[in-house]
Structures are given as C-alpha cells and as structure tokens.
Design a protein around this ligand. Structure first.
Ligand code: XMP
Length: 511
C-alpha cells in the first residue's frame, strides 16, 4: 500500500486516485497518525500531500522527521515538499514571490523523478512560501520564476519532492512524475487491477459471510449493482436482491434492472411494485423537502417488509451497501481521515434494522467501481449510467406528483435521453434532468388549435463530482430534435426551455 498523508483534503483524494490510476493501491491517512502506525501498515511508499498552511505558521501540521530515516520512500508535494525540506535542514522562506495557478517550470537536471519529460512544462502551483535551499544530499531538479528549488531528490535515501501539484489535471506530465516516483524511485509494482480487486473482495466477502444469508437493495444505480454483483460472485444464491419500484423511475428503468442485472449476474431478484403506496403517500404534496421525506420513509418501510417476508426460517444477517471510498473519507471514517462532512447514505436505512453491513466498494473510487463492474460482466448500460436521484421523477415534477404527470415527464425524459445518446453526448454530459413545470401554463398553437400546456425544462450539465456544475453547451440541432419530438409526442407540452445556470448558484436538480 502507498499511504497518502493528508494535510488538506482536496489534494489527498486526488493524489490517492492518481496512484491507483497507476495500478498501485493507495490509502489516505491523517497527518496526525504516528509514524509507528504508518509503518505497521507496511507501506511501499508514502506521499505527503499539499495543504493550506505555511510550514512555519503557528500550529502548522508537522512532519515527524523520523519518517525520513525509516527507509520507506517518501514523496513530498507542495506543503509536503516544504515540510520535508524543513525537517531535513533545508531552508523554507516567504520570498514574496507567490505563485498561484499555471506556472512555467524549467527542468535543470531531470534526475530520476523528472526524466523523459520535456525541459519546460506548464504546472499548477499554489504556494506563498518557497524552498530556498535544498537539504544536504539532495539534487535540485527544477525551478520556476518564484521557486528557486521547485523539485529535488535524494535517490540514495529514496526521498523526493515537488513544489507543484502533479496530481491536478492542469499540470503537464503530472501522471508521469507520479509514476517515476512510484516505479523508478520507490520500486512499487502495478498490481492493483480490476481483476485483482474482484479476487480480493470475493475472498473477503466469503470470509465475512460464511454460509449465512445476505440482502441487497438495488437502486438501479451503478454502485448498488456492482456491490450486488460482487457479493453474488462471492456467495451465489445466499444473496437476495430487492428492488423497490416506487413508480418514480424513468421509462424502461425497472425492466432494465430486472433484465440486464439478472441476465448478467444470475442473481436472485425480488421486485416489489410499490407505486401505489408511494403515489398515495405523495398525494397533495408539492413541497420538495416533504416529498423527499415521504419517499425516504416509504422506501425504508417497503424494504423492511420485503426483508421480513424473505425470512423463511433462515434469517438474513447481512445487508450489502454500495458505500464508496470518498464517502468513507469524507465522513472521517476508515482510518480517521479529516472530517469534511457527514455522508448521508442514499436511501439511508435505520440502525435498528439489525443487519451487519457488507460494503465491498468501501475502498474504491467511482472509476474503479465502473472497472470492477465491467470485469464482472455487467452491461455498459448499467456501468456507465448517469446519476439519477433516489427520489426519482418526483423531484422533477414541480408541483404535485400524479400518475398522469409522471407519464408525461417519463415520455419527455425518454426522448431527451434517446437524442442525447444518439448524438454521442452521454459521457460528455454528467446528467440531464428533464423537469416538468406542472403548475405553470402558457399558450401555444398545436394542430391549428390554441393549447394551454405546461413547459418542459432541459437541464444538461457537465460536472466532475456534482458539487459544482456548469450548463452543458448541447448543440442547437440536438436541442431542436428534442424540442420537436417532445411537443409532437406529448400534447400536454407546448414549450421546451433550457436551463443555462451553473451550480452554484442553482443546484442540478430543481428540487
Ligand atoms: P443537486 O441537485 O444537489 O444534485 O445539485 C447533486 C447530485 O445529486 C443527485 N441527487 C440525489 N441523489 N438522492 C440521490 O441518490 C437524492 O435525494 C438526490 N438529490 C440529488 C443529483 O441528481 C445530482 O447528480
């Protein structure tokens, strides 16, 4: 394992992902973890992340200098680089020449770390302090206008550092720098692959579950499908999957889960058609928060009823959850990484459910989950599905949710999805909510007659992680096809609009 020591959360997750993209397993640990605990994990290398502080500021997180004498290869990035320089007798100072954003880097002596990289590259910087003098035994490899020592290495001791952020997309040759450290300096092996993850998880699940029964709630999303497929691979028919169809799904979605998932995994699937229950509970409700609460509550009840009905003498002891690594890190879970925010697991189940959890995706990032899904033979339609909110179309009908309104929205949504897919835009856009402004009416003319219908809003967005988003510049001819087909197919719709707001200030969903 490569340990990424966290000095500032946004960077450490990115670093861990880059390491794994090089097929090397990595874990994030807090900077407060004692060196002895780090060594107990038997790390093949350690990376000190960037962070917001100045190394000599009061209360700045420190690096224990004994780390550099353990023989474990260490790479310092930005803050980690400066902390390493300071701990080993180099000189860090505020030179007055801060660099933020794109910066030109000149490689003066490539060494191992910067070999096979162009002599001048553009890198992403974010620093006010600079290393003025490298510690003894280190070779200075590069400089920028504001950083006389922008990278150094001591190959003998396997210690390297860079001032810039090789982990961010904007840094040219960033992945190459990471890989030179991992493979050329630290001697890591690229053995973290989808098939090794599957093999490893299958034996872990078998060891945890033994011959007992497991239940999994499928949502139709990628994470629950991959988690269930892994458990299915491990314990076969000890697993029962439950799919609660709340009637708020998109066209063909319930069938897709039934066929695609069952066909590719052979899993035992119980489908509970609960649309009446949800629509009855939602009758007369138009407040978004109230809709969400009702759906969450009914979902849990429906799931519990199914679980109880499945108890035929041999009780179910385990529940599969599709929790991902970023959820664990952000909740301050796992190895006690920084607590950024508490994660609400989608469709959160109450604690008194009395199941033990099986969470086979707990160590994985989303892209790894997709790779594992493909490795397990799940169809691309499931693996590359765009996000869809748990409360479904209910939060895309602005106003009360009724069966008729759901039918209209379902049709319009299917047309939008079809045309965006046909235009090859599925992986370019993050998702495209289609929203029915059910209580708004405007005048139109359709088939030579006056109509008084409702508008549909298209909300295509691009995003990396849904925390921020931009509206997607979908080509006009695609928008035109969508608009024409929706108004031709749905007589209740006489206007199609597009939402051109980023997040923030708007959110992706309208409710
Ligand atoms: P917002 O609207 O907050 O959405 O910008 C961010 C992302 O989260 C999805 N979303 C949900 N997903 N349950 C979910 O599983 C929910 O209640 C929920 N609400 C929003 C949304 O589709 C977008 O991808």
């Amino acid at each position: 394992v490569v340990l990424v020591v966290d000095y500032g959360a946004q960077y450490s997750q990115l670093i861990a992902r880059r390491v794994r993209e090089a097929s090397v397993y990595s874990e994030i640990v807090p900077h407060t973890m004692p060196v002895s605990e780090m060594l107990a994990k038997d790390p093949t290398a350690i990376i000190l992340s960037g962070g917001p502080s100045s190394v000599y500021a009061d209360g700045a997180p420190q690096v224990d200098p004994t780390l550099f004498a353990t023989g474990v290869p260490v790479m310092g990035i930005c803050y980690g680089f400066q902390a390493m320089a300071q701990a080993l007798g180099g000189h860090v100072a505020h030179t007055g020449a801060s660099e933020y954003g794109r910066t030109s880097l000149c490689i003066t002596a490539p060494g191992h770390l910067l070999s096979r990289i162009p002599h001048t590259i553009s890198v992403w910087m974010s620093h006010g302090d600079s290393v003025e003098r490298a510690p003894e035994g280190f070779t200075t490899l590069a400089r920028t206008a504001g950083a006389p020592v922008a990278a150094f290495e001591d190959v003998e001791r396997k210690l390297v550092g860079v001032q810039w952020h090789p982990e961010v997309m904007h840094s040219e040759s960033g992945q190459a720098v990471m890989e030179h450290f991992l493979f050329d300096v630290a001697g890591c092996r690229p053995d973290w692959t989808a098939s090794s993850i599957v093999g490893d998880q299958v034996s872990r699940i078998r060891a945890q579950v033994g011959d007992r029964r497991v239940i999994c709630g499928l949502s139709g999303g990628v994470d629950s499908a991959v988690a269930a497929a892994l458990v299915q691979r491990a314990v076969g028919d000890q697993l029962t999957c439950v799919f609660v169809d709340h009637g708020l799904l998109r066209k063909g979605e319930a069938e897709q889960v039934k066929h695609d998932f069952v066909d590719s995994t052979g899993a035992d699937l119980v489908v509970a058609d609960e649309s009446d229950r949800f629509l009855t509970a939602l009758a007369g409700v138009s407040d978004p928060e109230q809709k969400r609460k009702i759906i969450g509550r009914e979902f849990i009840r429906a799931f519990e009823e199914e679980a109880r009905a499945l108890n035929d003498g041999q009780p179910i002891d385990f529940l599969v959850q599709g929790t991902l690594y970023p959820d664990v890190v952000e909740s301050g879970g796992g190895d006690g990484a920084a607590n950024i925010k508490s994660h609400h697991n989608v469709g959160g189940l109450p604690e008194d459910l009395q199941f033990s959890l099986v969470e086979p995706l707990r160590n994985l990032f989303k892209d790894e989950v997709r790779a594992v899904g493909l490795e397990l033979g799940l169809p691309e339609d499931i693996v590359w599905r765009q996000p869809f909110p748990g409360p479904g179309l209910a939060i895309r009908i602005i106003g009360e949710v009724t069966r008729d309104r759901l039918d209209v929205l379902r049709e319009a949504d299917a047309i939008a999805r079809e045309e965006l897919g046909a235009a090859g835009l599925n992986r370019k856009i993050w998702q495209c909510p289609v929203v029915l402004l059910a209580d708004v009416h405007s005048v139109g003319v359709q088939g030579d007659g006056r109509t008084y219908g409702s508008p549909i809003v298209l909300r295509p967005v691009t995003s990396e992680d849904a925390m921020t988003a931009d509206w997607s510049r979908v080509p006009y001819d695609v928008l035109e096809k969508i608009s024409t087909r929706i108004t031709n197919t749905c007589p209740q719709i006489n206007r199609v609009a597009i939402d051109v707001t980023s997040k923030p200030p708007a959110t992706i969903e309208w409710e």
